[in-house]
Design a protein around this ligand. Structure first.
Ligand code: 3PG
Length: 313
C-alpha cells in the first residue's frame, strides 16, 4: 500500500463517550498523519450515525450497533475498529461483502473489566452493604469461565485475595492456564460445580448465546455467586430467575442489565445487582488504551496495510 491513503476522515461514534483524555490521544494520533477526527457522541437516533458515517473513511465504535444499514451508509468506509474486545455489535458479513476491514483492540480494556469484577463481588458478598454479616473472598473458590485477556487479569487479582482459582476455556488452553498456576477444569460443568463464585468472560457467539441456563446452573452450589461482565445474551434469563427463586442464597451480579430486569428486582431483588449502564471498560485508562489503539490500528492499516487485529474475512 506504500504511503497508503492520505487525508482520511475518521469518525468516532460513541453512544457512551470516551473520557476526554482518550479523545485528546486519538486526535493526536490522527493529527500526526493529517487525518481528520469527526466526533459523534451521545447520539440518540440511528439516523445521526447513518448521516455521520456517510462521508468518512474509518469508524471507531464501542458497543454501538454497526449493522448492514450503517455499513451501506458508509460509502467510503475502509475500516471499522471496535475499541474494545467483543465485536458482536458489528455485522461482519456485511462488512466483508462491502470490502471493509473490521478489527477489535484485544486486551486494551481487560484490566478495567477485571477490576470491576472484584468491585461487584465485594459489594455482593457483603450483602450489598445492608449492615448484615457477609462473607470474605479469601479462600472462596473462583471459577473463571473463559481464560482470555480478561480472565487472565481476573486470575492475577484473585491471587491477591488468596482465592483458589479454577479456569475453563473452550479452546482448552490448559498449558497456559497451568503455567499461570491455575487449575484448568476438564469441562465447563466441572467449573460450575466446584466453584463458590463463577465469573463469565465468554464472547457472544452463536455457540454461547443462552449458554448459561438450566444445565450449567443446576451444577452450581445453592449459595454460589455468578458474575457477568460479558454479555447479557449468554445468560438464559428465565432459567436464571427460576434458579434464583429456588435458591434464595444464590446471587447474580451483572454489568449488563438483563432484559428481565424488572422481574429480577421484583422476585429476587435481594440476590441481584446490576450496574445501571455497562461500566466494565468505563475508566480513563481503558478509554485511552482502547481509543488510541483503535486510532493507531486505523492509521497503520490505511498507510501500511497492517491488518493484524482483523476479525472478519
Ligand atoms: C468490550 O467488549 O470491550 C466491553 O464489553 C466494553 O464495552 P464498551 O466499550 O461498550 O464499554
Amino acid at each position: 500500500m506504500g504511503r497508503g491513503f492520505l487525508n482520511m476522515k475518521v469518525l468516532v461514534a460513541t453512544d457512551k463517550p470516551f473520557a476526554k483524555v482518550a479523545i485528546d490521544g486519538i486526535r493526536q494520533e490522527l493529527d500526526g498523519v493529517d487525518y481528520e477526527l469527526v466526533l459523534l457522541e451521545r447520539y440518540t437516533e440511528k439516523q445521526q450515525l447513518l448521516d455521520a458515517v456517510a462521508n468518512v473513511d474509518a469508524l471507531i465504535v464501542r458497543s454501538d450497533i454497526v449493522d448492514e444499514e450503517v455499513i451501506k451508509a458508509g460509502k467510503n468506509l475502509k475500516i471499522v475498529v471496535r475499541a474494545g474486545a467483543g465485536y458482536d455489535n458489528i455485522d461482519l458479513k456485511a462488512a466483508t461483502e462491502a470490502g471493509i476491514c473490521v478489527m477489535n483492540t484485544p486486551g486494551q480494556n481487560a484490566n478495567a473489566v477485571a477490576e470491576l469484577v472484584f468491585g461487584m463481588l465485594i459489594y455482593g458478598v457483603r450483602n450489598f452493604y445492608n449492615g448484615t454479616p457477609g462473607t470474605e473472598l479469601r479462600g472462596k473458590k473462583l471459577g473463571i469461565h473463559a481464560y482470555g485477556n480478561i480472565g487472565k487479569n481476573v486470575a492475577r487479582i484473585a491471587k491477591g485475595f488468596q482465592m483458589p482459582i479454577l479456569a475453563y476455556d473452550i479452546y482448552s488452553r490448559a498449558e497456559i492456564i497451568n503455567s499461570d498456576g491455575i487449575d484448568p477444569t476438564i469441562s465447563v460443568k466441572t467449573l460450575y460445580r466446584h466453584s463458590d463464585i463463577v465469573t463469565v468472560h465468554v464472547p457472544l457467539t452463536d455457540k454461547t448465546r443462552g449458554l448459561i441456563g438450566k444445565i450449567l446452573l443446576s451444577n452450581m452450589k445453592s449459595d454460589a455467586v455468578l458474575v457477568n461482565t460479558a454479555r447479557k445474551e449468554v445468560i438464559n434469563e428465565q432459567d436464571l430467575l427460576d434458579f434464583m427463586i429456588a435458591h434464595p442464597k444464590f446471587k447474580y451480579l451483572t454489568d449488563i442489565k438483563p432484559d428481565m430486569h424488572d422481574q429480577f428486582v421484583e422476585k429476587v431483588g435481594s440476590q441481584y445487582f446490576t450496574t445501571p449502564k455497562k461500566m466494565g471498560a468505563q475508566t480513563s485508562e481503558a478509554n485511552v488504551n482502547a481509543g488510541i489503539a483503535a486510532a493507531h490500528q486505523i492509521v497503520d492499516y490505511l498507510r501500511n496495510g497492517n491488518h493484524r487485529y482483523r476479525v472478519n474475512d
